[in-house]
Design a protein around this ligand. Structure first.
Ligand code: ZN
Length: 144
C-alpha cells in the first residue's frame, strides 16, 4: 500500500460535506449512547421512559431475573458490590475477542499510515467491523 506520489501532499480526497455530516451524526449517536440509561444486567440501551414512576432498570424480565439471581449468589458468597464471579470460559472468550480487535486496530493503524486508496480503506473498514462484530453480538450471561 505505497503511493509513489505521496511525498508532497496527501492524496486522499477531502471528505464530502455529506461524509462530514455522517461523522457528526455518528459522534452525536455515541454521545447519546453514553448518556442513555442502560439495562443493569446486559447494558443494552433502554428506551427513555415517559411519564411518572421509577425509570426502568432492565430491558426485559429475563435480565431482571438474571440480576436477581446474581445478587443472591453474591450475597451467598459475601461478595462486595465491586466483585464479580464470571465463568472462566466466558472471560476467555471475551479476552479472545478483545485480542482480535486490538490486533485489527494495530494493523489498520499501520496500514492507514501508508496512504491507502478508497478501495483499500473499504477493506480496512470491513476488517475492523468483522473484528468488532463479535463484541457487539456478545450477550454475556443472559443466554440461559
Ligand atoms: Zn437487559
Amino acid at each position: 500500500m505505497t503511493n509513489p506520489s505521496c511525498c508532497s501532499s496527501p492524496s486522499w480526497p477531502r471528505p464530502a460535506e455529506s461524509a462530514l455530516n455522517a461523522r457528526t451524526k455518528a459522534m452525536a449517536y455515541i454521545f447519546v449512547m453514553t448518556e442513555m440509561r442502560r439495562c443493569r444486567w446486559c447494558r443494552a440501551a433502554l428506551e427513555p421512559s415517559h411519564g411518572r414512576g421509577r425509570p426502568r432498570q432492565f430491558c426485559s424480565q429475563r435480565c431482571r431475573q438474571w440480576d436477581w439471581v446474581a445478587r443472591q449468589r453474591a450475597d451467598e458468597l459475601e461478595l462486595s458490590e465491586g466483585e464479580l464471579v464470571i465463568a472462566r470460559g466466558e472471560l476467555d472468550r471475551l479476552h479472545d475477542d478483545l485480542y482480535v480487535l486490538s490486533c485489527a486496530v494495530a494493523d489498520i493503524e499501520h496500514d492507514l499510515s501508508e496512504d491507502p486508496d478508497p478501495s483499500e480503506l473499504r477493506e480496512l473498514l470491513e476488517w475492523l467491523l468483522s473484528a468488532a462484530r463479535p463484541l457487539r453480538e456478545r450477550n454475556m450471561g443472559a443466554s440461559g
